[in-house]
Design a protein around this ligand. Structure first.
Ligand code: PMP
Ligand code: GLU
Length: 403
């Protein structure tokens, strides 16, 4: 349509959001769907957070807020960043938005000029490239295959950096793989970023899965490991995952005050402020009881172990055991080129997930959406019975393929 902006041609609807919509449509149409698509906790928001929201509404915290966010929330965020990440920020260095996604949107809007490059290790969370392209930045993908544990190496980082590089995006634990960088790995990446020719590169560290970890893994954020990067780092986080608050739409970033000021200016024009009473619930999420996080992680870990074990018993699939988030990202390389009972050849991972959907009503997301094929993403943030049934159906589908 002629009146739409040309730059929209550079982006597409979020494939993970599309999968959630598709699964809901199929369920409404009466299909017996096993939904392993959505990246959201199946647990309800804890009651003490709901109570804080209700109380805030009763107390009349129902008016416009300021673009940066409620001061008490920004103070609580600063305390959290100090407590959990050893990072010292002041409230004027924090910007609150309607979800981590909107915060990335604001950060890209505030910083990208046409042609600026953003280094995105692949596989990546689906929105990084499109939010880069929307503001006429150029995503620079670096393939991080399973053999490298889906992680960026210092050599790869060094060769990806050019004079036009604006951002490196790090996401640990990662969506879609669940892998996380160790302290040593972060130190090695930091060393590259500190080289004299790389001083212009900023780091966006997406720590949204930091609390969803297993086997005692301790997540660190890069500025925590290398304080010399503090001035060039935007530390991004949100409430959707650990606090089971996806629908509340609450996220934040902390960074240099000049950048935060610019993001707040955009927020003042885009949304005025984030929903006020939701921010008060956010304070309770940060300061209140966290026992539920440990309980949820125990449930996720049992589910992870089940799914990894089941998938690795299926011929043609190969699945790493992740240390965090609630995703696995198995390879389906062993199935490419095989034929379905209907005679169609599985050419790629999109064909494979379409086959799973059509024959077994199992919803997953194809690896191409995350920039690394042939893989597919399973979210195990669902109950054990659903996961067992899902794995049975995937096994049946794979076994029905022929050479
Ligand atoms: N980063 C990553 C890696 C994610 O998986 C998500 C979840 N969609 C987000 C950011 C944004 O989450 P939200 O907007 O719900 O805070
Ligand atoms: N992060 C989730 C996912 O990857 C939610 C959907 C989205 O915002 O992309 O499925």
């Amino acid at each position: 349509m002629a009146f739409l902006a040309e730059r929209l041609l550079n982006i597409k609807p979020s494939p993970t959001v599309a999968v959630v919509t598709l699964a809901k449509e199929l369920e409404l149409a009466g299909r017996d769907v096993i939904n392993l698509g959505p990246g959201e906790p199946d647990f309800d928001t804890p009651a003490h957070i709901l109570d804080a929201c209700n109380k805030a509404m009763e107390q009349g915290k129902t008016r416009y807020g300021t673009p940066a966010g409620v001061l008490e929330l920004r103070q609580a965020i600063c305390e959290k960043l100090k407590r959990d990440n050893g990072l010292i920020y002041t409230p004027d260095q924090v910007s609150v938005g309607s979800g981590g996604k909107q915060i990335i949107f604001n950060a890209m809007a505030a910083t990208l000029t046409t042609g600026d490059e953003v280094i995105i290790p692949a596989p990546y969370w689906v929105s990084y490239p499109d939010l880069t392209s929307l503001f006429e930045g150029v995503p620079v993908y670096v393939d991080c295959p399973a053999e490298e544990n889906f992680k960026l190496t210092p050599q790869q980082l060094r060769s990806a950096i050019t004079k036009k590089t604006k951002w490196l995006i790090l996401n640990s634990p990662s969506n879609p793989t669940g892998v996380a960088y160790t302290v040593e790995e972060l130190r090695d990446l930091a060393e590259v970023l500190l080289e004299p020719s790389n001083q212009h590169v900023w780091i966006m560290t997406d720590d949204i899965y930091e609390f969803i970890v297993y086997d005692g893994f301790k997540v660190k954020s890069i500025a925590q490991i290398e304080p010399k990067l503090y001035d060039r780092t935007l530390t991004l986080n949100g409430f959707s995952k650990a606090y089971c608050m996806t629908g509340w739409r609450l996220g934040y970033a902390a960074g240099p005050s000049e950048l935060i000021k610019a993001m707040n200016m955009i927020q003042s024009q885009a949304a005025t402020s984030t929903t006020t009473f939701v921010q008060w619930a956010g304070i309770e999420a940060l300061n209140g009881d966290h026992a539920f996080i440990t309980e949820n992680n125990q449930a996720y870990q049992t589910r992870r172990d089940l799914v990894v074990d089941r998938l690795n018993k299926i011929e043609g699939l190969d699945c790493l055991t992740p240390v965090g988030a609630f995703y696995v990202y198995p390879s389906c390389a062993g199935l490419i080129g095989k034929k379905t009972p209907a005679g169609k050849t599985i050419e790629n991972d999109e064909d494979f997930v379409t086959f799973l959907l059509e024959t077994e009503s199992v919803v997953c997301v194809h690896g191409a959406a995350f920039g690394l094929s042939p893989h597919f993403r399973i979210s195990y943030a669902t109950d054990i019975d659903t996961l067992e049934e899902g794995c049975n159906r995937i096994r049946r589908a794979c076994n029905s393929l022929s050479q």
